[in-house]
Design a protein around this ligand. Structure first.
Ligand code: C2E
Ligand code: CA
Ligand code: CA
Length: 571
């Protein structure tokens, strides 16, 4: 007999008997409670967890729809089946829309068992999915060697700390340190000893810090430390001293005492930055400065930033770049794995700078966001990419084009108008345009993002979640958005054959995406081996240097006519 905890919302003892008999007949050992009022049900839901709720549709003091609402308001994912003496199609539909899993007529009680079996199975699938979601998060956000948060997670934590510090008008400090001569340990003693040193160092550092402080391994021998709750920026130097002190006693690695020295770079919010990326960047600059000075630590100063003047100058020039036609697009084809067809391409912007040559987007997109230039830039990219893809169409190859939207654009109230205008101006079909946004951009302002994305979906454009796996949100939390595709971040794909963790993430994201009915794209495919494994895993599409580097529209057209791949149309 299978134990089953059933909550029965039912006023009739006879009907309870009927249901229990049916359950026992199906091999269940029901452990049940009967309730017939709102208060009693509320109490029963708070007291324990239930496997199943069976509710009468109408009762003298209560009814099935309110019982359902009460269950949902508790956030409980429990199969909810409505049983009724008589029920019209309309009410049945209303009940299902309100979230009931099934409704049955008492005269047709034989349908109860199959309905229960099915719902219990589905709950297990849902829970499995949630667990898979959580596994991805864990894998994607912790460093496997030290168990500390990794760079991705650290950045998110810095973001959160900055937001909180700004709300509470408190400074936030960030320290970046790396271990001098770590490479020597790795090279002479081997990786296992290197890993062991990293573990021991992380334990000592952790124990030198207070509990709200965060320590993360950012990669290699680099650690990030976040002090979210310091009283004054000046207090950082005490922390720095403690960190140095805790490393003074040599580490014993393979019986050999190893002395670890570090340089620490410090940057604080609000003094040096008001966002996570700048804060991390400036702590990094300070760390290099400390090394140059052969000092054990340095606080960021603008003079230590070799790029700031250059970058400011660059921004002034970007203003003219758009008008003077210095921006250009390269297109990278997307391959459909099942059919071997090229079915679209991603537009990637570059800046042909008169003095500096071809400047990659990473060097100017973020700055464009901060200087209000992202609007005009996005408008230019949209019109240019749609025009270009129209031109491929006239040759008989209608390629769908994917355009990246930055966080700023995603939250811009003018976005939908901008896109509608671009579609109008170029005569492109909305379903030829796929917009790529990142999860981290969505979570900055989910309401605003979701309004824009819903409106765009109504217009008929498609939506892709870019860099999937690097954010901290789960698929479940974006499932209400009109998403068509997810792109597994290249950091997982490129190394999936050498890094088990990456392989696992890729595999899980493919399965998860398919569970949610989405097309799954892998980006950063650099070798045939990776491409073959992705095909075997059932991944839908691939993009990467192995297939083709990003290239100009003219080059792409040539390439299409000579490449081994077939050409498909946006369908
Ligand atoms: P992304 O959207 O993740 O674009 C993919 C990046 O990976 C591109 O870099 C592409 O050249 C590179 N890539 C493609 N295949 C491979 C591969 O096999 N291996 C490796 N290692 N890399 C590969 P790119 O062009 O430098 O663009 C960098 C980022 O700049 C993009 O990342 C995107 O976030 C942003 N970006 C590019 N164009 C635009 C744009 O028009 N608007 C906005 N807002 N952002 C853009
Ligand atoms: Ca992209
Ligand atoms: Ca990407």
């Amino acid at each position: 007999m299978k134990p089953l905890r059933v909550l029965l919302v039912e006023d009739s003892e006879d009907d309870v008997e009927l249901i229990l008999r049916e359950l026992r007949r199906g091999g269940f050992a029901p452990e049940f409670k009967r309730v017939e009022t709102y208060e009693d049900m509320d109490d029963a839901l708070s007291r324990q967890s239930w496997d199943l709720i069976i509710s009468d549709y109408s009762m003298p003091h209560f009814d099935g729809l309110r019982a359902l609402q009460l269950t949902r308001s508790k956030g409980a994912d429990i199969p909810f089946i409505i049983v009724s003496g008589s029920i019209g199609e309309d009410t049945a539909v209303a009940a299902m829309k309100a979230g009931a899993h099934d409704y049955l007529l008492k005269g047709n009680i034989a349908r109860l068992l199959p309905a229960i079996e099915r719902e219990l199975r589905e709950v297990r699938v849902r829970q499995g999915r949630q667990q898979a979601d959580e596994t991805i998060q864990r894998l994607a956000y912790t460093d496997p060697i030290t168990g500390l948060p990794n760079r991705t997670r650290f950045r998110e934590l810095v973001q959160e700390a900055i937001a909180e510090g700004q709300r509470e008008q408190r400074p936030v400090a960030m320290l970046l340190m790396d271990l001098d001569h770590f490479k020597d340990v790795n090279d002479t003693l081997g990786h296992d000893y290197g890993d062991s040193l990293l573990q021991q160092v992380s334990l000592r550092l952790r124990s030198a810090l207070f509990s709200p402080d965060v320590i993360a391994r950012l990669g290699g021998d680099e650690f990030g430390i976040l002090l979210p709750k310091i009283a004054a920026a000046d207090d950082v130097k005490f922390v720095v001293r403690k960190l140095h002190q805790c490393l003074e006693v040599p580490f014993m690695i393979g019986g050999i005492p190893i002395v670890v020295e570090t340089s620490i770079g410090v940057a604080t919010m609000p003094e040096h930055a008001d966002n996570a990326d700048t804060l991390i960047l400036r702590a990094d600059i300070a760390m290099y400065h400390a090394k140059q000075l052969a000092s054990d630590y340095a606080v960021y100063t603008p003079e230590s930033n070799p790029h700031s003047h250059e970058r400011l100058g660059l921004m002034a020039e970007l203003r003219n770049a758009i008008e003077q036609n210095q921006l250009l697009l390269q297109f990278q084809p997307k391959l459909e794995l099942k059919t071997g067809r090229i079915i679209g391409c991603e537009a990637l912007v570059r800046w042909q700078h008169p003095r500096l040559g071809l400047v990659p987007p990473d060097k100017f997109i973020l700055a464009a966001e901060h200087t209000g230039l992202i609007g005009p830039l996005t408008r230019w990219v949209l019109v240019e990419s749609l025009t270009r893809c129209q031109s491929t169409q006239s040759n008989g190859n209608a390629l769908r084009v994917s355009v990246n939207l930055s966080a700023r654009s995603l939250h811009d109230p003018q976005l939908t108008k901008m896109i509608a205008d671009a579609l109008d101006a170029t005569g492109a079909n909305p379903n030829q345009l796929m917009l790529e946004v990142t999860e981290s951009a969505i979570v900055l302002d989910p309401k605003r993002a979701s309004d824009n994305l819903m409106e765009l979906s109504r217009m008929g454009t498609l939506l892709s979640i870019d860099d999937f796996g690097t954010g901290y949100t789960s698929l479940a939390s974006i499932k209400h958005l009109p998403v068509n595709e997810i792109k597994i971040d290249k950091s997982f794909v490129t190394n999936m054959l050498v890094d088990n963790k990456d392989a696992m993430i890729v595999r899980t994201v493919i399965d998860l995406g398919h569970n949610f009915g989405l097309t799954v794209v892998a980006e950063g495919v650099e070798t045939k081996e990776v491409l073959d494994v992705l095909s075997a895993l059932g991944c839908d599409e691939a993009q990467g240097f192995f297939i083709s580097k990003p290239q100009s529209c003219e080059q792409l057209q040539n390439w299409l006519s000579t490449s081994p791949y077939k050409i498909g149309s946006a369908g």
